[in-house]
Ligand binder design. Structure first.
Ligand code: FES
Ligand code: FES
Length: 136
């Protein structure tokens, strides 16, 4: 398996590895698994009072592409709103990391993980409906 330079760079020097307190009110946690290979990714976001993602952490049990995808996504979500984070597509991740077709599911895992983290945060804040933020 030939990994791209960008995958290797993230794999050797992953950004934002670690854990945030999943019970904290300002943290959203997304945990997803890839049925294709049994890999697991946990991605967490910390959201500021202004609704901007201030910080992100990940832990991934998986291949180099899965680790690189989660590392990249933790960089991308910082400074974004929740709505903006929800627009990140696995195709953008795959393109940035030059993933070959058999590794596309690794980037899907990262897209699903960030969505799950945003949804977890929103469920904690009673924002199941996307624009119900005002009365909180
Ligand atoms: Fe699961 Fe890649 S097949 S680590
Ligand atoms: Fe399964 Fe990468 S997450 S091969």
């Amino acid at each position: 398996m030939a990994y791209s330079k960008k995958v290797i760079e993230h794999y050797e020097n992953p950004r934002n590895v670690g854990t945030l307190d999943k019970d904290a009110g300002d943290v959203g946690t997304g945990m997803v698994g890839a049925p294709a290979c049994g890999d697991v990714m946990r991605l967490q976001i910390k959201v500021g009072a202004d609704g901007i993602i201030e910080d992100a952490r990940f832990k991934t049990y998986g291949c180099g592409s899965a680790i690189a995808s989660s590392s990249l996504v933790t960089e991308w979500v910082k400074g974004k709103t929740l709505d903006e984070a929800m627009t990140i597509r696995n195709s953008q991740i795959a393109e940035e990391l030059e993933l070959p077709p058999v590794k596309i599911h690794c980037s899907v895992l990262a897209e699903d993980a960030i969505k799950a983290a945003v949804e977890d945060y929103r469920s904690k804040h009673g924002q199941g409906a996307q624009h119900a933020a005002d009365s909180a």
